[in-house]
Design a protein around this ligand. Sequence first.
Ligand code: API
Length: 266
Amino acid sequence: MKLRFHKMHGLGNDFIVIDARRQPVDLGGAQVRALCDRREGVGCDQLILIEPGEKAEVRMRIWNPDGKPASACGNAARCVVSLTGAPTIETEGGLLTGVTVDDMVSIELPPPRFAHDQIPIADPVDTRPLPMAWDQLSAPDAVNVGNPHLVFFVDDLDAVPLGDLGPRIETDPAFPDRINVNVAEVNDGKVRLRTWERGAGLTRACGTGACATAVAAIGRKLAISPVEVEMDGGTLEISWAPGQNILMRGPATHVFTGDIDMDALA
Ligand SMILES: N[C@H](CCC[C@H](N)C(=O)O)C(=O)O
């Protein structure tokens, strides 16, 4: 059985996008893992399924390469708006609005949440900052922007072994749903960010990670909105004020369209 897909990315955070608005597509965890595999499948940071929306024009479902579902994906949301022109997207993490202007896509996300049970964090603890440490990373902000994020601020981003600390923090029992791990360095209000993504590992950019990090930096008065968040794959502009929605602006790139032979998948 052939399955048509779009290969897209937002600042190098790459996606398989399957448009299932005309005919339903049902993928199991093993098929998701096989599709996301960079050698035996197509390869991606997340797999995205577009379906008809109930509360919005389209519904976006997200899976990480580990085969587990995710509730939000900022870079992919820009790709879905760019591909479909849909002004509203329904996700498990909330209702998004989007618009493309001059090749840049702006996405509005619901207000961030900070309470321990909204992240979620198992115990009733402060979240800004969270009184926990893993080696040299300590006292992060915990922010839910539709999915769960920790944001650590450090003086030297390049000195942080995120490939080692990321999986340890992601899978810490303190986080019942696991968590995305962001480490940021702020100089003169400009943010540089690297992210270890839950279920995906190190990525070249993370849209929701950039949103969570900008929210934390503004909250700590380390930066003023709109915040330029620079990642390995490029820069996003994030705007936010306490109690408000989050606005993320950046590119979305369509690379190619292809057909998957589902019977050939491992
Ligand atoms: N790449 C995505 C984040 C995916 C988050 C996913 N790893 C999760 O489990 O929440 C983004 O641009 O926001």
